[in-house]
Design a protein around this ligand. Structure first.
Ligand code: FAD
Ligand code: MLT
Ligand code: ZN
Length: 453
């Protein structure tokens, strides 16, 4: 009996995909940079089926690659060849919201958008938001410890987690879904799985905390002379605005590309080198305090503010459409880094010439989550030099005391460079944890930790 026969017996004929055309959407990532061939795609619908799938693969010694919504940007969820691709999108059940605890338990395959709608229907909200909300799954968000546009207010995915259930590499199911606010009973297995990128276990169910629904929102798009000016306004906003919910940065060339792609008008009469988007959210309209802050900020070159939903969406588009606009222009070399805030202006200034030296004529587009010093570095027309560009940019980031992955994870894209951000002792400890939980290395081989490390 082949492993395909065993998997078919577990999930049924229609949820084992062996035909190349049916496998194809799972085999290439969102960016189109990472692609490979899976032995087959298996789509279990319950924790019991996931555990049976894992046991069958383990018994046959066949490696697996784990996939949620396939919106990851570091190649961690696509195969390299001959793995069984385990897709979790059918684990899509939503428990009723526990209003007393302000928590909810959902299946790993639930999309972020569905979780947000579920929380809002109960008068609450979910603390993580990002532009891939319609496809990114809760399991993927946990596995990558996703960040996004609300980290300033609520922290990243890790901070929302109160419990989870996962299937380990031998089929063992570990479950901790009580959601107790205080619970000091040993190693925190829930947090160990967060950010483990599918290398330690397959997340099947997740319990998260919910946050108050804040219906009154105000968004400002601000034109500025550069990153230092954006940081000055942010510092003042953090000190004065208790309602501050987001602070995002982008630059002239990225905004021009977005305008062209999304057919958006110029936000101001003049162009500016840098743009800062601030959002405030509260129970009552925060527009006045946002306007007062802008009025007191000499750095502001021009600003436009919207508090109605359509106006806010229009302003957010200048920032949120960057990923799609860049992708429409080509397959970028995509890097996601963070540095201490004091280092950010220097990094922004040095990146274009670092890229130009390696790939003359390539375009460097920068944008990101300003409050966390999180810069998304996207290089267009640099594809043939991808490895050299990655090496140079990540070394520059390390020289600025930064991290090679701020929020997207390490995946396959950056596994070679992990030592730029983590010490030899830390990496050795991670390898020991990996070896303890997945001794034969069948879960997401080559992701996060390079083989043989
Ligand atoms: P996948 O892409 O399917 O997988 C990602 C990783 O998680 C892989 O290593 C995979 O093996 C593992 N994995 C997936 N599901 C499970 C599971 N159930 N158990 C164990 N491991 C699993 N990310 C941010 O952090 N912030 C942003 O602002 C942001 N914006 C984005 C905007 C766009 C337009 C796009 C396309 C992506 C963006 N991302 C962002 C990246 C991406 O959406 C996140 O990394 C997200 O968490 C991935 O979820 P997914 O379900 O698509 O995971
Ligand atoms: C974002 O903040 O828009 C993302 O993380 C996606 C990207 O880096 O392209
Ligand atoms: Zn981001």
């Amino acid at each position: 009996m082949t492993v395909e026969d065993s998997l078919r017996a577990i999930v049924g004929e229609s949820h084992l995909l062996v035909d190349p055309d049916l496998r194809a959407p799972y085999e290439t990532d969102w960016t189109r940079r990472f692609t490979g061939t899976a032995r087959c795609v298996v789509r279990p619908s319950s924790t019991a089926e996931v555990a049976a799938v894992v046991r069958a693969c383990a018994a046959a010694g066949v490696p697996m690659v784990v996939q949620g919504g396939n919106t990851g940007l570091v190649g961690g969820g696509v195969p390299t060849g001959s793995e069984v691709l385990v897709s979790l999108t059918r684990l899509a059940d939503l428990d009723p919201v526990d209003v007393l605890e302000s928590q909810v338990t959902v299946g790993a395959g639930v999309t972020l958008e569905k979780l947000q709608a579920h929380a809002r229907a109960a008068g609450l909200d979910f603390g993580v938001d990002l532009a891939a909300r319609s496809a990114a799954t809760v399991g993927g968000l946990v596995a990558t410890n996703a960040g996004g546009i609300r980290v300033l207010r609520y922290g990243s995915m890790r901070a929302q987690l109160t419990g989870l259930e996962a299937v380990l590499a031998d089929g063992t199911v570990v479950r901790r879904l009580t959601g107790l606010a205080k619970d000091n009973t040993g190693y925190d297995l829930v947090q160990l799985l967060a950010g483990s990128e599918g290398t330690l276990g397959i997340v099947t169910r997740v319990r998260v905390r919910l946050v108050p629904r804040l219906p009154a929102r105000s968004v400002a798009l601000v034109g500025l002379a550069g990153t230092e000016e954006a940081l000055a306004v942010l510092t003042r906003a953090r000190a004065r605005l208790t309602t501050l919910a987001a602070a995002e940065v982008c630059y002239a060339d990225g905004v021009a590309l977005v305008r062209d792609y999304a057919k958006l008008p110029a936000p101001f009469r003049a162009d500016f080198p840098a743009y800062l988007l601030l959002e405030c959210a509260a129970g009552a309209d925060p527009t006045d305090e946002l306007l007062a802050l802008l009025g007191d900020s000499d750095e502001v070159g021009d600003a436009t503010v919207a508090s109605d939903p359509a106006g806010r969406t229009r302003l957010w588009a200048y920032r949120e459409a960057h990923t799609e606009a860049i992708s429409a222009a080509g397959v970028p070399v995509k890097l996601d880094v963070s540095v201490p805030l004091g280092e950010l202006p220097g990094l922004v200034a040095e990146l274009p010439s670092t890229v130009e030296k390696i790939a003359p004529g390539a375009r460097t587009l920068l944008f990101g989550h300003l409050n966390e010093g999180n810069l998304h570095v996207n290089i267009l027309d640099g594809g043939p030099h991808a490895a050299d560009l990655t090496d140079a940019v990540l070394h520059l980031v390390a020289a600025h005391r930064g991290s090679i992955s701020s929020e997207h994870g390490v995946g396959r894209a950056k596994a070679r460079w992990l030592a730029l951000s983590r010490s030899a002792e830390e990496i050795a400890t991670m390898c020991r944890i990996k070896a303890a939980l997945d001794p034969t290395g069948i879960l997401n081989p080559g992701v996060l930790l390079t083989a043989g490390k």
